[in-house]
Write a new protein. Structure first.
Length: 113
């Protein structure tokens, strides 16, 4: 079961996160999200625990506890939508459209012959 963890102290690393969750059972992976530009923690992570009952126990016991200045948010991770989407997807349209009426582009105004 994949678990989302937010509210982490910025100095917490993968090994420390794994150690916290191993108290509740087997941990397949524990990965703190890192900012690509700064290399610093983004304050959230994902933990994968293969046994659902152990994962649920971890969620129940770790949600809302404080490891730093703010309480943790620990919950089952939501499944990613299929198709690779994401926030950067743009609706299609504009440009040249072979199938019919065109799709936008530069409007030069009324045609003058």
């Amino acid at each position: 079961m994949n678990i989302f963890v937010a509210g982490l102290p910025y100095d917490l690393d993968d090994a420390e996160l794994m150690e916290i969750f191993e108290k509740f059972g087997e941990v397949k992976s524990a990965k703190v999200a890192m900012d690509r530009e700064t290399g610093k923690s983004r304050g959230f992570a994902f933990v994968d625990m293969p046994v659902k009952e152990e994962a649920m126990d971890a969620i129940e016991n770790l949600n809302d506890i404080s490891l730093g200045k703010k309480p943790l948010v620990v919950k089952a991770a939501e499944e990613r939508p299929s198709g690779g989407g994401g926030a950067n997807r743009r609706p299609s349209g504009g440009g040249y459209d072979r199938g019919g009426a065109g799709g936008g582009g530069y409007d030069r105004g009324p045609k003058r012959y």
